[in-house]
Design a protein around this ligand. Structure first.
Ligand code: ADP
Ligand code: GLC
Length: 481
């Protein structure tokens, strides 16, 4: 099977969130199953410099006044071909893939990701850049949502999958963009790509892709309801038989406490004492008292409404009265950043806050904290709770989406239930978070129980092994459709 995997971010080249981690790991797992996979990504600033040899394949004209160059290289550390769309005016910019350096989306995101979507479709039909043609195009999120539409527009029979990583981001733009992107007027209606008078990339993908997937079985059900569907619940219900939830895996090489290059000491399930060394080093790094027996709670996250972390400042006084420590690494909504910074000022001996995006520190946090806090309001999959499992850092999670599918809660009485790997909140109330964190800290106080829980968490298979196989079955179903 020849597969073109289209994405707007990929670890280790460019990352804003979990999509990059998935894009950097799933194609590798698929290649191990014999899939002939190539990846397509825009050549953002700095990406070319991070790649090895780069070869120019040729020029394309996706829209009548837009030309771009297609480059070929390898995904660093692998043999997997990586195709880059070189259009310096659109992609070689200071700032993030979606945002300007300060704040605010790029004003021409419709064109930038319309280009990504169109090039993907053009690479699926005979073209001057390469002879290789895919049997299947795997699109990810709204940034690639127009690809299934363009495939149909250019008369290709190549099948497409759209994976929804987060339905909250939809790529809705002023309808006039349809002219520049060459979308047919006939399809500008509710059964096409129109969404409340706008042009919606996500909707186009949901409408025209052969099959749909999302990143956990529970989220696949949730998005068919008004609470989680963001207006697409009806469409998703109508495509129910084409929609499947496949739980993400994690890259178990990049995230391995036994070899993680960002850690000074390493550990595994049979050497958990070394985890305490990592914890003390982290406490020192963050300027907290390095007391090994104080429970250290951690957050590594985008600070947005989705993640439910505004609950933490709300319960902080009661939580910190127990003597626990809290370490936060994240950035996002300024008001929430401020709330955490104020908390740090009020509790300098117990709270450490790092505002920003910091890859090495995120590894030291995943390894060094005892309890990982993730009370998301919705969570398509979530990766950090799985990094937590792998690092024996016990997750406390909300009962939603991929959190519900990856963490097994339970009640510890005299013994730890044999399938328990973390703590799951009964509902999404701040007081419930407090109670659930209390249960986790009570378990932490019992060394025997805690180590049992850590070992069970670390024994969980969070690799891509199983999920990559499910994608293969999905591709086969799409080919047969
Ligand atoms: P989402 O994609 O919704 O943000 P995920 O849990 O799927 O959530 O993935 C988040 C990814 O981004 C993880 O790899 C996490 O470690 C990383 N991450 C989030 N915030 C930060 C940060 N401030 N510094 C470093 N890494 C971060
Ligand atoms: C999105 C979701 C997150 C998921 C990630 C990768 O960013 O918010 O839950 O883990 O995509 O699929």
């Amino acid at each position: 099977m020849r597969l073109l995997f289209v994405t707007s971010e990929i670890f280790p080249l460019i990352k804003t969130g979990g999509l990059a981690d998935v894009s950097g790991a799933l194609p590798i797992a698929l290649a191990e199953y014999g899939v002939d996979v190539r990846i397509l990504l825009p050549a953002y600033r700095g990406v070319i410099a991070k790649c090895g040899q780069v070869k120019a394949l040729g020029r394309m004209q996706p829209f009548h006044d837009v030309f771009c160059e297609i480059l070929e290289t390898r995904l660093p550390g692998t043999e997997i071909p990586l195709l880059l769309i070189d259009h310096p005016a659109l992609f070689d910019r200071e700032g993030g893939p979606y945002h300007q350096p300060q704040s605010g989306d790029w004003q021409d995101n419709a064109l930038r990701f319309g280009l990504l979507s169109k090039v993907a479709a053009m690479l699926a039909i005979p073209n001057r850049c390469q002879q290789w043609l895919p049997d299947m195009v795997h699109c990810n999120d709204w940034q690639t949502g127009l690809t299934p539409y363009f495939l149909q527009q250019i008369g290709s029979h190549v099948k497409s999958i759209l994976s929804i990583h987060n339905l909250a981001f939809q790529g809705n733009f002023h309808a006039d963009w349809r002219y520049q992107l060459g979308l047919s007027e006939q399809d500008f209606h509710p059964q096409g790509y129109e969404f409340y008078g706008q042009l919606s990339f996500m909707k186009a993908g949901l409408q025209y892709a052969t099959k749909l997937s999302t990143v956990s079985p529970t989220y696949a059900k949730e998005i068919q309801t008004a609470e989680f569907g963001f207006g697409f619940e009806g469409l998703l219900q109508s495509r129910q038989s084409d929609l499947i939830g496949i739980l993400n895996g994690i890259d178990t090489h990049t995230w391995n406490p036994a070899s993680d290059p960002f850690l000074e000491s390493h550990y595994a399930a049979d050497s958990l004492d070394n985890k305490t060394k990592v914890k003390r080093a982290l406490q020192q790094e963050l300027g907290l008292p390095d007391s090994p027996h104080t429970p250290l709670l951690g957050v590594v996250s985008r600070l947005t409404y989705q993640k439910g972390l505004d609950m933490l400042p709300e319960i902080a006084d009661q939580l910190l009265a127990t003597g626990a420590q809290l370490a936060v690494l994240g950035n996002g909504e300024v008001a929430l950043e401020q709330q955490f910074l104020q908390l740090k000022q009020r509790y300098p001996q117990q709270v450490a806050v790092t505002i920003g995006y910091h890859e090495p520190l995120s590894h030291r946090m995943m390894a060094g904290v005892d309890i990982f806090v993730m009370p998301s309001r919705f969570e398509p999959c979530g990766l950090n709770q799985m990094y937590g499992l792998r690092y024996g850092t016990i997750p406390v999670v909300a009962n939603t989406g991929g959190l519900a599918d990856s963490v097994t809660g339970g009640r510890i009485t005299n013994t730890v239930p044999s399938d328990m790997t973390g703590f799951v909140m009964a509902d999404k109330q701040p007081q419930t978070l407090l109670v659930t964190l209390g249960a986790a800290m009570a378990a932490y106080a019992n060394n025997g129980h805690w180590q049992t829980l850590q070992k069970q968490a670390m024994a969980d298979d969070v690799s891509w092994h199983h999920s990559a196989k499910q994608y293969l079955l999905l591709y086969q179903a799409a080919l047969a459709a």
